[in-house]
Design a binder for this molecule. Structure first.
Ligand code: ATP
Ligand code: MG
Length: 407
């Protein structure tokens, strides 16, 4: 049976990069599966798990009060964009203890060498060192065979980085495998981590082929692998760039708040931030991500928002074709250029598209926060998600422990 898992860290209100690059895709998967569920009853319904991964947030220092707030805000954000707690299992990873337990069991199957080669880890080391250019994880990482030059001196380089940060991808593998997920919607930056999850799954399947208590005779029959190897569903939206510096990606943690547009930004804030967005001095409008990153990122935002709006009105039956509906950045460029409005028209168009899409989402976000204050609504949604997730989590962990000899 098909099972989809994806997660996001509660490290701040999502920005439009998060929305267009990841979260809207979750909603379109949910909605298209609902449409296909309604039309065919023969196949078992796919399961959807969308997780707020608080344990991952702790791998770098967090202010407890801020984290507590951001956990709630992330749940409100996921509901505000249209995830439905009845159709999807929406839950806090840190409330389902099996994630941490499976992390431990899997951590004993992965070598330090394998983890040291993770691009994200190498990027953190480069940043901590403060000298070398940080490896940009979002650029898509080097492959496992790459030389480890410069990270031999473990004690010196890793002094201030936590064991949890090193183990981040193993926890991610545990998240995915706990639900025996078959598909994982991710951005390009996460491809290497998913490869690790697949390798861990394959290692487990090979080393623990079936329960050691099962009699030999029934073992000989071919059984399906315990963990399916999870496949990536890579988002088609290109990386959205910082509004202030089009050589960097838009990010929650960048110091300048004007570099990103948040789900909670009001119309005035949206207008002001787009107005200040860095573009270039060419008068025409063209889509050229290499030569004109600022302009091109704005075009990508318009195209992605329009595609999202098109999906809202017609839900497709194929969850994997969902992202192809709508218009391309190139087409947007041609439309704008032929009407001759230049950069002013480009920015007006981005602004109004953002206001149209974010307005209703922001309103729902605020309503959810009010409902939470009045009746603890988010708490109830979290409890429902926790219960649903725990069923599968307990089942998998029990089987894993048994196979490993802990029963
Ligand atoms: P941080 O700066 O704290 O790392 P972030 O903005 O990179 O925050 P993440 O929580 O790391 O956000 O990522 C959540 C999801 O959003 C991931 O799937 C990631 O690929 C996607 N994403 C993040 N930034 C962008 C972006 N600028 N454009 C498109 N997708 C993005
Ligand atoms: Mg990130």
């Amino acid at each position: 049976p098909m099972c989809i898992f994806s997660g996001i860290q509660p490290t701040g209100v999502p920005h439009i990069g998060n929305l267009l690059g990841a979260l809207f895709n979750w909603v379109s998967i949910q909605n298209s599966l609902q449409a296909s569920r309604a039309s065919s009853s023969s196949t078992p319904p796919p399961e959807l798990y969308f997780s707020i991964v608080g344990l991952h947030a702790l791998t770098i220092p967090q202010n407890p009060a801020t984290l507590a707030q951001e956990r709630k805000d992330m749940l409100a954000s996921l509901l505000a964009i249209g995830l439905d707690p009845e159709q999807s299992t929406i839950y806090h990873q840190d409330e389902v203890g099996e994630h941490a337990q499976l992390h431990w069991l899997l951590s004993c199957l992965v070598s330090m060498g394998r983890l040291r080669r993770m691009t994200t880890w190498k990027g953190k080391i480069a940043t901590a060192r403060g000298t070398a250019t940080p490896v940009e994880p979002e650029q898509g990482g080097p492959t496992a065979g790459e030389a480890d030059e410069g990270i031999a001196d473990v004690d010196e380089e890793h002094r201030d980085l936590s064991l949890g940060l090193f183990s981040y991808p193993v926890l991610q593998a545990a998240d995915i495998l706990l639900y025996k997920a078959t598909h994982v919607p991710i951005g390009q930056d996460q491809v290497q981590h998913l490869e690790l999850a697949r390798d861990i799954a394959a290692t487990f399947n090979k080393r623990f082929p079936s329960s050691h208590t099962t009699p030999k005779s029934s073992k000989s029959r071919r059984e399906p692998p315990f963990f399916p190897l999870p496949q990536p569903l890579i988002t088609s939206t290109p990386k959205i760039l910082s509004l202030r510096d089009p050589t960097a990606k838009m990010s929650k943690s960048a110091p300048d708040p004007a570099s990103r547009i948040l789900l909670t930004d009001d119309d005035t804030a949206i207008r002001a931030k787009v107005k200040r967005a860095v573009t270039d001095t060419e008068r025409s409008i063209s889509f050229d991500p290499e030569g004109r990153p600022g302009v091109s990122s704005l075009l990508s935002i318009i195209a992605a928002l329009r595609s999202y709006q098109a999906q809202q009105t017609q839900s497709t039956l194929d969850p994997f074709a969902a992202a192809s509906a709508g218009v391309t950045p190139k087409e947007v460029a041609q439309q704008l250029d032929s009407s001759g409005g230049g950069h002013a028209l480009l920015k007006e168009t981005v602004t109004s598209a953002l206001i149209e899409v974010l307005g209703p989402i922001r309103e729902r976000f605020q309503q959810l926060k009010e409902r939470e204050a009045q009746s603890g609504y988010l708490e109830q949604v979290a409890a429902l998600g926790r219960e649903k997730a725990s069923v599968r989590a307990k089942e998998t962990l029990g089987e894993v422990k048994e196979r490993m000899g802990l029963r």
